[in-house]
Write a protein that binds this ligand. Structure first.
Ligand code: IPM
Ligand code: MG
Length: 381
């Protein structure tokens, strides 16, 4: 099969991490007989520089024509002083809304090889894990095209007052909850709605919708938690969670927190999915946008030290969710696992910088090559 992939390397470390992910996709394509055609597009800071706006219309149009989108990261200090509507981050919001990808899947898994990079004590991990292992596997499903990020905002005439609004319609909550329930049904069958229903009216609506939608998923156990408590529980006892479904802002915050528990924010992939019924869906699969959850990390850019694994794992999610290529996705994940098993680390997931723990510290390119070699069944490096 042939697939068209829109590629937005973006700013900062974006291009450095997208390169290895493309190589991994191509290697998988060679092995399993698929062709991936890349359509490189500009968005973010680089688009501001060349086109004068963070998300040129032709970028969104071209992305819509593709089967899926792989994005590195956008943003950087160079564009920080621009007004809100011209900041690079607007490109992300515009792509998410324009592609109607309302459900953002952010899996936070503690791999056994990275146990020592997780800041939690063994006893904390073990106590909360149903099997008594120092591990956790949480899927955060973040609502991505509504809430505070897209509500009415503004300033008073004298600029001394500013406001942002949290607005959620029943349908917006329902569709992201259904994505969460579908995921929970094939995982450990637990879904926790995270909100601030003791204060916010929109959160109370989330609970009403969840109560209604949960009726359709009797095999899944539904629970509710306030977001402040959830921030604490993730650190106290991450093993208690299976699937968390939450609003745009709360999901943004909790996923950064969860990422640190996995060893590094550089490890976390994400998939942003729309509805299979949507007119943008191709071949029954929803349009998907795939990106690591880390940002453009300008301080790491150009040094060949960024961790490409979050982006490589995002490419695996693309194969799984947009193309239905489960075996191929699993092959990439197995490749990443094998490389970690062999002791290869980028510096963010290493325990020490001198290799004293039996680890071999690799740069971005070398880590990408190690995954490639694992995929192709070759000796490492
Ligand atoms: C993320 C990022 C973005 C967000 C920023 C860069 C706009 O933090 O994807 O989590 O807040 O959604
Ligand atoms: Mg974030």
């Amino acid at each position: 099969m042939k697939y068209a992939i829109a590629l937005i390397p973006g700013d900062g470390i974006g291009p450095e991490v997208v390169g290895p992910a493309m190589e991994a996709l191509d290697a998988v394509g060679d092995i399993y007989g698929h062709v991936f055609n890349y359509v490189e597009l500009e968005a973010g800071g680089n688009a501001i520089d060349t086109a004068g706006e963070p998300l040129p219309e032709n970028t969104l149009e071209a992305a819509r024509e593709c089967d899926a989108l792989l994005l590195g990261a956008v943003g950087g200090p160079k564009w920080d002083a621009l007004p809100g509507h011209l900041r690079p981050e607007r490109a992300l919001l515009g792509l998410r809304a324009g592609l109607r990808v309302f459900a953002n899947l952010r899996p936070a898994v503690l791999l056994p090889q990275l146990r020592r990079a997780c800041p939690l004590k063994d006893e904390v991990l073990i106590k909360s894990n149903p099997e008594g292992k120092p591990q956790f596997d949480v899927l955060i499903v973040r609502e991505l095209t509504g809430g505070l990020y897209f509500g009415e905002q503004g300033r008073s005439n004298d600029n001394k007052l500013a406001f942002d609004t949290e607005t959620y319609a029943w349908e917006e909550i329902e569709r992201v909850l259904r994505t969460g329930y579908a995921a929970a049904a094939v995982r450990r069958k637990k879904l926790c709605v995270v909100d601030k229903a003791n204060v916010l009216e929109s959160s109370r609506l989330w609970r009403e919708v969840a109560a209604a939608v949960s009726e359709d998923y009797p095999s899944v156990e539904t629970s509710y938690m306030y977001v402040d408590n959830c921030a604490m529980q993730l650190i106290r006892s991450p093993g208690q969670f299976d699937v968390i479904v939450t609003s745009n802002l709360f999901g943004d915050i909790l996923s950064d927190e969860a990422s640190v528990l996995t060893g590094s924010i550089g490890m976390l992939p994400s998939a942003s999915l729309g509805s299979p019924q949507d007119m943008l869906a191709k071949d029954g699969h929803p349009m998907g946008m795939y990106e690591p959850i880390h940002g453009s990390a300008p301080d790491l850019a150009g040094k060949d030290i960024a961790n490409p694994l979050g982006t490589i794992l995002s490419a695996a999610m693309m194969l799984r969710y947009s193309f239905g290529l489960e075996q191929e996705a699993a092959a990439i994940e197995a490749g990443v696992n094998a490389v970690l098993d062999a002791g290869f680390r980028t510096q963010d997931i290493a325990q020490s910088n001198d290799g004293s723990e039996g680890e071999k510290i690799l740069g971005t390119k070398a880590m990408g090559k190690a995954v490639l070699h694992a995929l192709e069944g070759k000796e490492f490096l």
